[in-house]
Design a protein around this ligand. Sequence first.
Ligand code: THU
Length: 130
Amino acid sequence: SVSPEELVEVAIAARAHAYCPYSDFAVGAAVETEAGRVYSGCNVENVSSGLSICGERAAVFAAVSGGERMLRALAVVTADGSMPCGACRQVLAEFAGADLPIYIATPDGAYQTLTLGELLPRPFSSPLVQ
Ligand code: THU
């Protein structure tokens, strides 16, 4: 499988593709899937700002688009080691368990590890989907 350091490196590479002319805040993300594959994403902004997509969700949607619905790890890289937003946490909960390791990293490769359960302790779960 993929080491945390390797997943962080993939996220750093994806961050170079961030399209963020409005915020100038570049985000790169990479997920490892159950099958051991790696998908990446970056934030993509829009002049109509509500249409922008976060790097984390871009990576998750790339994995799902590749036919993968179970995530094993996530790396996120920002200039200051920012945490994933609430919307991305709920999207992660759709395709990962509370034990999902999340590597919060900076461009030098340094990271701290948290779990999805720590970032989103009680996700919404629809009674319509059990
Ligand atoms: N952004 C992410 O990509 N991930 C987050 O978790 C929070 C924010 C992006 C959205 C926007 O392009 C920029 O960062 C500034 O908010």
